[in-house]
Design a protein around this ligand. Structure first.
Ligand code: GCO
Length: 462
């Protein structure tokens, strides 16, 4: 563990998501989610893994909260599993689901940890997919608002920090647009319907929030990679800009500017409309910008190119014109270590949207080779320590030198967990999990981060 440098000018938190850590998928009345269904199809998840047990956080949450308390971590990001609250999506509330989260939130407060709660991290109740196609239909809008209101009523007193929907880009374009995630649909029209329905559902949930959680702050977690122009050609600079408009602007422009980006409107012939009413509802619907950021790609102009999001006229690569990787390879194919891109990304968000506040709600990595490493070698996660050091330093420069109003940084993730299509084969945790015994072990990166942020570490054994 390296000596703490200057304490970063923003707070530290550790992030998680219900479907990746909880397990107990059939416990206390939880209904099936679209991920349960997707996981059951052979070939969808590496090694045939499922989220059925995961980190068993459902039963071990007190231990994990105690560990954070001992590390001196003061903020915890978590999500609520919709199928625990409404096993069939709407209708009858499952009180046992609400009670579970009341216990978790209570335990966090007792431990002196502020919860940051996300309503939706991809675990749509299967019944809503079956009934009307899930996020493809605007029937989801009042049902999501009802779910949100139920949660705000029951749990709104525990914290003021909320978000509605996590990474809609990912579940709309991978889940509905490409089929590489639940619900496994490969249809660009559905993907853009999903975008539009997420925006409406977010606005409807925020309306409930304003009435039920006065004084609270709410946002939507949007993810974006930094797009680096492949060459110095102006057309590549335009293409890189366009890529960020497609990925982040597709959500943030309607919220902050009242409409989809012109670059998207020109190219997506079946794009739903942002009506004046929806624009008005979205205006002011986020109190801070919640950004998830991991990596960067090179982007080049190419007329006629089709991307994940349909006609976009650009291509993406991970290598430059000389074949050199954009950054060191992590364990996950898509993740290259590019801290310089983080600073540029923060500036891009700040310049385009001028939010009051930016909270980075996810940043982290899977370390190359980690999954194959024996214990205790796997705890010496030097590549992750360096990643955290360099990304936090890049964000510190963004704040101190560029005056970006970033106030918080959540490391992804507290625990090794169910990494979606990669199952347990990619580890993003700051705390190692032995999935056979459910034992937890601090990695060097957890210790590095709490030292860097000058946390009051209480654990004498650490
Ligand atoms: C998200 C992220 C996380 C992933 C992480 C590493 O949507 O919030 O996808 O759930 O585990 O990004 O891939």
């Amino acid at each position: 563990v390296e000596a703490a440098q200057t304490t970063p000018p923003f707070y530290l938190g550790f992030a998680t998501a219900a479907p990746q850590i909880e397990g107990a998928n059939a416990t206390d009345g939880r209904g099936p989610s679209i991920w349960d269904t997707y996981e059951a199809i052979p070939g969808n998840i590496d090694n045939g893994d499922t989220s059925a047990v995961a980190d068993d956080f459902y039963h071990l949450y007190l231990n994990d909260i105690a560990a954070m308390r001992l590390l001196g971590v003061k903020r915890f990001r978590m999500s609520i599993a919709w199928p625990r609250i409404f096993p069939s999506g709407d209708g009858q509330v499952n009180q046992q689901g609400l009670d579970f989260y009341a216990r978790v939130l209570e335990a966090l407060l007792v431990a002196g940890i502020e919860p940051h709660v996300t309503l939706y991290h991809w675990d749509l109740p299967q019944a809503l997919q079956d009934r009307f196609g899930g996020w493809n239909s605007d029937q989801i809008v009042p049902i999501f608002a009802q779910y949100a209101a139920t949660v705000f009523q029951a749990l709104g007193d525990y914290t003021t920090h909320w978000t509605t929907v996590n990474e809609p880009w990912t579940f709309c374009f991978l889940g509905y647009g490409q089929g590489s995630g639940a619900p496994g649909i490969n249809d660009k029209v559905q993907a853009w319907n999903c975008v539009h329905n997420v925006l409406q559902a977010h606005a409807a949930a925020v309306k409930q929030f304003r009435a039920l959680v006065p004084g609270g702050k709410i946002s939507i977690n949007l993810n974006c990679d930094w797009a680096q122009p492949l060459t110095g050609a102006p057309s590549d600079a335009d293409a890189a800009q366009r890529k960020m408009e497609f990925m982040l602007g597709a959500f943030a422009d309607p919220i902050f500017k009242g409409d989809f980006p012109a670059s998207v409107k020109q190219r997506i012939s079946f794009l739903p409309q942002i009506t004046p009413q929806l624009a008005a509802d979205l205006n002011g619907s986020v109190d801070y910008f919640a950004l998830n950021h991991y990596t960067s790609t090179f982007v080049a102009n190419q007329q006629g190119a089709m991307g994940l999001q349909g006609a976009c006229d650009y291509t993406e690569t991970q290598v430059d014109v000389n074949g050199k990787l954009i950054g060191d390879q992590a364990e996950s194919d898509w993740l290259k270590v590019t801290p310089w891109g983080f600073r540029l990304m923060l500036n891009w968000v700040n310049n385009r949207y001028q939010p009051n506040e930016i909270v980075v709600t996810e940043n982290g990595m899977s370390m190359k080779g980690e999954s194959a490493m024996p214990m205790p070698q796997a705890l010496q996660d030097t590549q992750r320590v360096n990643f955290c050091r360099d990304y936090v330093a890049a964000a510190t420069d963004a704040v101190n030198l560029d005056k970006v109003p970033m106030t918080g940084y959540f490391a992804w993730s507290l625990l090794d967990n169910f990494e979606w299509g990669n199952g347990y084969s990619k580890r993003f945790g700051l705390v190692h999990v032995d999935f056979k015994t459910q034992q937890r072990y601090y990695k060097a990166s957890a210790k590095f981060l709490v030292n860097l942020f000058n946390c009051t570490v209480l654990d004498p054994t650490y």
